[in-house]
Design a protein around this ligand. Sequence first.
Ligand code: KG4
Length: 334
Amino acid sequence: MLILAIESSCDDTAAAVVVGPNRVQSNVISSQFDVHAQFGGIVPELASRAHVEAIWPVVERALADADVTLDDIDCIAATQGPGLVGSLLVGFTFAKAVALVKKIPCVGVDHMAGHLLSAFFDKNPPVFPYTALVVSGGNSSLFTVEDETHFQLIGRTRDDAAGEAFDKVAKLLELGYPGGPAVSKLAETGDPQAISFPRAWLDKDSLDFSFSGLKTAVVNHVNKCRQKNIALAREDICASFQEAVVEVLVEKTVRACRRNRHHSIILGGGVASNRRLRQEMTYRCHREGLSLHIPAPIFCTDNAAMVALAGYYQLQQGNLLALDDDAYSRSPLN
Ligand code: KG4
């Protein structure tokens, strides 16, 4: 079963060819970094235009890298949502059109399902059921994953996503876009205990997250330094901010796993590339006797291989797209 998958939910145009469910033959990602960097964030209208320009070259490249043609493809999978609708529509409509012309099945995939299953690209995949944390620019959510197609949301952010908080702090400190990698790099030379930023634990048993108070605390700290003409210790700010994010993410994920009586945790989303998060989650899981599965960074960020993986199981269930099916901006899983 050779699957061509397409992902265009946000600011990356991606295509992959996968032998279902998880043998990756090619995985191409075309970043729109240059388009959005000057604005310090994603401009939706520019993102959809850039997808239109990139979609065909990216698909051609994915086919060429896998050494196949469209005639060899058995099924097309595309991200149906959630995301920016203008961006989603480019990949989703492209996929439906190609499937129609080639007379092959087409499946719509929830982007979150891709992240929740991406640990299956590992040599040492997790065993169901497990607890998953998806942390990206748009999500900070905890899920119970029963099997390949059954997921239950058990916690989510009430305001900013973790990646969004990283990006906003980076913008404040003029570190460029996307901010997560820049903040975490600078944090490596800073003192994580230097500034006592708040941790939002919320209600006693809550598995929800909140990062807007932390972001405001960083803004206030920076403003105070500027008013008093104190030089900004950016490294310390980054390290202390990162520590506050990581501590809450790790603690609540382990708590969720214990409450679920699961033995495994998986991470997904762009923030799962964060070294400090990986390090602390590894340490805690080891201490608690839990197995931890973190996909390689290429499968953490938005990618089409994970769309093929989740799409394979949609196809097995017979969930085919009709021509008039639409993309959606909010996930029914969230
Ligand atoms: O999943 P993803 O690639 O895409 C979307 O959410 O659309 O996640 C991107 C997010 C951005 O907010 C980025 O700043 C953050 O993930 N990110 C990181 C790191 N690498 C990417 N945040 C913290 N540390 C990192 N190393």
